[in-house]
Design a protein around this ligand. Structure first.
Ligand code: SAM
Length: 295
């Protein structure tokens, strides 16, 4: 990032827990605005034809017809409500905003999913995909049109589009959606796999339930969601926790969050899902992994 950009961003607690850059306060596209969907599973478009623009802001559906009830206050309560400017994206500020370790954690999530059995013909839903730190790897590997990513932050999605273009992958039919309600049904298809890396670490428990309940609707039979989290040793662990090896400090009720496996199993139950604790998966900041299935 250049000096001018550095002067405009502020330091913040990272997503992965590390010190991160965050942009100025949001200037646009907050709340429930759907910014664009590049290509939907139900209505594939010519990838060279540019993004489709979908309007569902302020509770209005397409053409201003009544849609989702609203307006409502933004649901998110984390640093990701701030938007990066175009020049900040050019300076790769988005890589820091999603937690840094761009190559390492991108490769880690790809290797993890490959080891779990992800195949090129499968459909993958990347929940809280950010700027496609993992997405670039998945889009390269999967058959065209098989990768769908959702995030609440429009500027990170824009950064992800630029990352795809820089990697020569902008013609691979990735579907990218901006939405703050985890409304993954809008992709219009079902997924064998779903992934949420460093997302629950930023969510209060009610938003985790929302995320699980929405993802459950779009999992194919036998499909699973893998989600990383900072693990607390017991439920209602109200004191701050320090996680080796990077000494990230998490809290019970502030971002970055920690939860116990039992708490997350209970949330899964509330959402009509089952949960399996996978545990360590070589995350450099000590996040653990869970698998959720409908049931
Ligand atoms: C630490 S970043 C991780 C991004 C990506 N999974 C990765 O590994 O690079 C956390 C992401 O979760 C997204 N996020 C946070 N709260 C969200 C919400 N309520 N709905 C959708 N995305 C959310 C943020 O915008 C951000 O992109």
């Amino acid at each position: 990032m250049d000096a001018a950009s550095r002067g405009r961003v502020r330091r913040s607690v990272a997503a992965d827990g590390a010190a991160q850059t965050a942009a100025r306060p949001a200037t646009a596209k907050g709340g429930n605005s759907i910014i664009f969907v590049e290509q939907s599973c139900t209505a594939p478009s010519d990838k060279r034809g540019g993004p489709q623009v979908s309007r569902a802001a302020d509770g209005l559906g397409e053409n201003g017809a009544p849609g989702r009830p609203g307006p409502h206050p933004p649901r998110a309560m984390n640093i990701y409500q701030t938007q990066l400017r175009s020049d900040e994206i050019d300076a790769l500020a988005h890589r820091e905003m999603v937690g840094g370790l761009w190559d390492e954690i991108g490769q880690l999530q790809f290797d993890f999913m490959r080891a779990r059995g992800l195949l090129p013909g499968d459909r993958l839903l990347d929940v809280g995909c950010g700027a496609l730190r993992g997405g670039v790897h998945f889009v390269r590997y999967l058959d065209p049109g098989r990768y769908c990513g959702l995030d609440l932050n429009a500027s990170l999605i824009e950064a992800g589009k630029r990352e795809l273009a820089a990697a020569g992958l902008d013609g691979r039919g990735a579907s990218l959606l901006v939405d703050d309600a985890f409304d993954v049904s809008r992709f219009g298809c079902r997924f064998e796999w779903a992934l949420a890396v460093s997302v629950f670490t930023h969510l209060p428990m009610n938003q985790i339930v929302r995320c699980l309940a929405e993802v459950k609707k779009v999992l194919a039979p036998g499909g699973r969601l893998f989600a990383s989290y900072f693990e607390a040793p017991a439920s209602a662990h109200l004191a701050p926790l320090r996680h080796p090896p990077a000494d990230i400090v998490t809290r019970y009720d502030a971002d970055p969050y920690h939860q116990s496996a039992d708490e997350l199993a209970a949330l899964a139950h509330f959402a009509g899902m089952t949960m399996e604790r996978i545990g360590a998966w070589n995350h450099p900041r000590g996040q653990r992994m869970l698998a959720f299935a409908a049931g």
